[in-house]
Design a protein around this ligand. Structure first.
Ligand SMILES: [Zn+2]
Length: 259
C-alpha cells in the first residue's frame, strides 16, 4: 500500500511539472514587464490588418499569460512598428537542424511579432507560427521573434478570431522561454492550440517556474483564519470587555439595592 502511495506521488509530481523549456538552458527575460510589438506594413495573406493584429496581441496577453497568478512576468501590448523587410522574408534560423538564430533579424529588445513568407520557415501550410528568442546574453533573453505564416498557402486566415488569439498566445509562450507541454489541455500543447480559451495548469506551472513571483518581506509569515484579519481580535476583546463591565455594573447596582 505504501509502495502504491509512493508511486502515485511520483506520478503526480511528474505530471505537476510536465512543461518543457525552449531549449536545455533556462532562458528568461530579466525584467518583469515585456512589451509585445507588431511589425506592420507587410502582412498580405493572414486575413487581418495591422491594427487587428495588434488587437489580437493585446487579447493574447490579457486572456492568457497575464492571468497566471503566481508569475511575476507581465506582457504588455506594444505598438505597430516599422522594421526591415528581412523580418518578413528571411529564415528565422541560419541552419534548419539545431537552429542558429539568423543574426540579421535579431530583435533588439522585448518581443516582436511579424508576418513572414519564407518557405524554409513554414515547410507545411499547417505550421502557423515559428518563434525563437533570437537575441540572448548568457541565459538572459534580450529579444524574441515570433513569425506568423504569411505564405499564400497559410491556414492562419481560416482560423476564427478566438483561435488566432490562442495561436499568438502559444507563440508568446515560446518567446519568453517555454517549450511544448505533453498535457493536452495546455495552451503549450502543440496540436490543439486553436481549441484553447485559457491557460492550463501546466502553463501556469511553466511560467511560474521561469518567472516566480516573490512575496515582499513585510513582517513574519502569518496566516489568518478570518478575512477581517487584525480587526477581528481587538473587536472581540472590546466586545468581551463591554459585556464584563456591564455585568459588573449590574451586580454592583443589585448589591447597592440590597443595602
Ligand atoms: Zn509551439
Amino acid at each position: 500500500m505504501k509502495l502504491m502511495a509512493a508511486l502515485f506521488l511520483c506520478f503526480a509530481a511528474f505530471n505537476a511539472q510536465a512543461f518543457t523549456l525552449n531549449n536545455s538552458a533556462k532562458l528568461v527575460f530579466a525584467q518583469d514587464e515585456v512589451t509585445v510589438n507588431v511589425a506592420g506594413g507587410f502582412c498580405t495573406n493572414i486575413g487581418i490588418t495591422d491594427t487587428e493584429f495588434l488587437t489580437i496581441v493585446g487579447e493574447a496577453v490579457d486572456q492568457f499569460w497575464n492571468k497566471a497568478p503566481t508569475s511575476r512576468l507581465k506582457l504588455r501590448q506594444g505598438q505597430i512598428i516599422n522594421v526591415a523587410t528581412a523580418f518578413h522574408t528571411d529564415t528565422i534560423c541560419t541552419a534548419s537542424t539545431n537552429c542558429t538564430p539568423n543574426p540579421t533579424i535579431a530583435v533588439t529588445s522585448d518581443i516582436l511579432v511579424s508576418c513572414n513568407n519564407n518557405s524554409a520557415n513554414f515547410t507545411s501550410s499547417s505550421i502557423l507560427g515559428v518563434t525563437i528568442p533570437n537575441n540572448i546574453s548568457g541565459t538572459t533573453i534580450l529579444g524574441s521573434l515570433v513569425m506568423i505564416n504569411d505564405m499564400a498557402s497559410t491556414q492562419f486566415d481560416t482560423k476564427t478570431h478566438a483561435e488566432k488569439v490562442a495561436i499568438i498566445s502559444h507563440e508568446l509562450g515560446h518567446a519568453f522561454g517555454l517549450g511544448h507541454s505533453p498535457v493536452e489541455d495546455s495552451l503549450m500543447y502543440y496540436a490543439t492550440v486553436s481549441q484553447r480559451t485559457r491557460l492550463g495548469r501546466d502553463d501556469i506551472d511553466g511560467i511560474s517556474y521561469l518567472y516566480p513571483k516573490q512575496q515582499p518581506i513585510s513582517g513574519c509569515g502569518t496566516i489568518d483564519l478570518n478575512k477581517s484579519g487584525p480587526n477581528f481580535w481587538p473587536g472581540l476583546f472590546i466586545g468581551v470587555s463591554i459585556i464584563a463591565l456591564a455585568e459588573l455594573f449590574r451586580k454592583k447596582s443589585k448589591a447597592s439595592t440590597a443595602i
